[in-house]
Design a protein around this ligand. Structure first.
Ligand SMILES: Cc1ncc(COP(=O)(O)O)c(C=O)c1O
Length: 397
């Protein structure tokens, strides 16, 4: 047989057509390509702290590596870390959590992936915030569920319209996704909001995926978890992680807290996919939770200062108006008065002004009319970005 000159047709599984993406990574690649051509780009697209991981956490990992934590560990996580997470989650949410309710995974994202795989059958409805973290919608569609968006509206401070939520619940609703503080709007659900959501769900057998990954990056009010309300712990999967709070995005460390029978199935998904989370990363995770917390406060105060700067300046730019986010490190200005749609405006700012931001539509259809800027960058970069946006607006609007 003669060797084939062209590769055979790629026969992809049909489900791949339903898988979405996270645009931040694509914009980062485009921005880097522009930089390779010699252009200067201010990066406000990617959602990761610009701080280094605190030194005590790095030291714990180095010690663990030297101490032989280079092997497989249990799929659900190292017992000491599960215990530390159980205590931490229990004390911060005023609930009792045992280590067998904790599954450690490589980052927050796998909890979204595994929750969908474990709970959602074809046709099951999942209500999720829109605009919202794009992986929710992507994964709902991937597993064959029906994605039911609940729009987050600026008029309501990007919180839920409770009447609308009630109207979206049907007999097929299997899962509700909450995310507070929220990506991309920086909105925070108050305790009263969460109590109302709980009242709307009532005693229906609907599970809640509560994405609390920004729980320590909150500028006004206190974080509140629906798992803290009577009768809700057994219906809640708390998603949390180390990426944002302790600036550990590259370590791939996250976890889910859920009823033990579900935790056993999520651990089985881990066995089938990752085997386990890196053992030395987990040892560093114990230090992150139990060690000195001063770096968390320093980062949070710094993000707040940058939020205030961005807020003051962007609201003086023609065509832009922005609410003051209550948490996380994102700004989500309304750009409707520019007369531009979100995607072309984000493209123009990247290519013509050298400012990388994301179109609101990267977070779902209800993100049209908005851009997302990450302020997890220096004051100098924020000032440079807004100077450039102002200059671009001056020429083009
Ligand atoms: C709301 C939300 N959930 C989950 C994640 C995933 O975090 P990780 O990088 O730990 O997988 C992110 C990351 O941006 C996020 O914004």
């Amino acid at each position: 047989m003669s060797p084939t000159k062209t590769a055979p047709a790629l026969r992809l599984a049909g489900r791949m057509a339903r898988l979405g993406t996270e645009t931040a990574f694509e914009v980062l690649v485009r921005a880097r390509a522009l930089e390779a051509q010699g252009k200067d780009v201010v990066h406000l697209e990617i959602g990761e702290p610009d701080f280094d991981t605190p030194a005590n956490i790095v030291e714990a990992a180095v010690t663990a590596l030297r101490g032989g934590y280079t092997h497989y560990g249990p799929s659900a996580g190292l017992p000491d870390l599960r215990k530390a997470i159980a205590e931490y989650t229990g004390s911060t949410r005023q609930i009792s959590v045992s280590p067998d309710e904790v599954v450690v995974v490589p980052g927050g994202k796998p909890i979204i992936f595994y929750t969908m795989l474990a709970l959602i059958e074809a046709g099951d409805e999942v209500i999720y915030p829109n605009p919202g973290f794009p992986i929710y919608e992507s994964m709902i569609n991937y597993v064959g569920g029906k994605a039911v968006p609940i729009p987050l509206r600026e008029e309501l401070d990007f919180r839920f319209d409770m009447k609308e939520l009630a109207s979206l619940i049907t007999d097929k609703t299997r899962l509700l996704i909450l995310n507070s503080p929220q990506n991309p709007t920086g909105g925070v659900l108050s305790k009263a909001d969460i109590e109302q959501i709980a009242a709307i769900i009532g005693d229906r057998n609907i599970m809640i995926l509560s994405d609390e990954i920004y729980d320590r990056l909150i500028f006004e009010g206190e974080p509140f978890s629906i798992a803290s309300l009577p009768g809700f712990k057994d219906r809640t999967i708390i998603l949390n992680g180390f990426s944002k709070t302790w600036a550990m995005t590259g370590w791939r460390m996250g976890y889910g807290v859920m009823r033990p029978d579900l935790a056993a199935h999520i651990a089985r998904l881990m066995t089938n996919s990752n085997s386990c989370t890196a053992s030395f990363s987990q040892m560093a995770g114990i230090e992150a939770i139990k060690g000195d917390q001063s770096a968390v406060g320093v980062m949070c105060r710094e993000f707040m200062k940058r939020r205030d700067l961005f807020y003051e300046r962007i609201n003086r730019v023609k065509g832009f108006s922005c609410l003051k986010p209550k948490g996380a490190f994102y700004m989500f200005p309304n750009i409707k008065k520019t007369g531009w749609q979100a995607k072309p405006l984000a493209d123009a700012l990247l290519e013509q002004a050298g400012v990388a931001a994301l179109a609101g539509t990267s977070f779902g259809e209800y993100g049209e009319g908005y851009l997302r800027f990450s302020v997890a960058t220096s004051v100098e970069n924020i000032n440079k970005a807004i100077d450039r946006i102002e200059a671009w607006v001056g020429k083009n609007l």
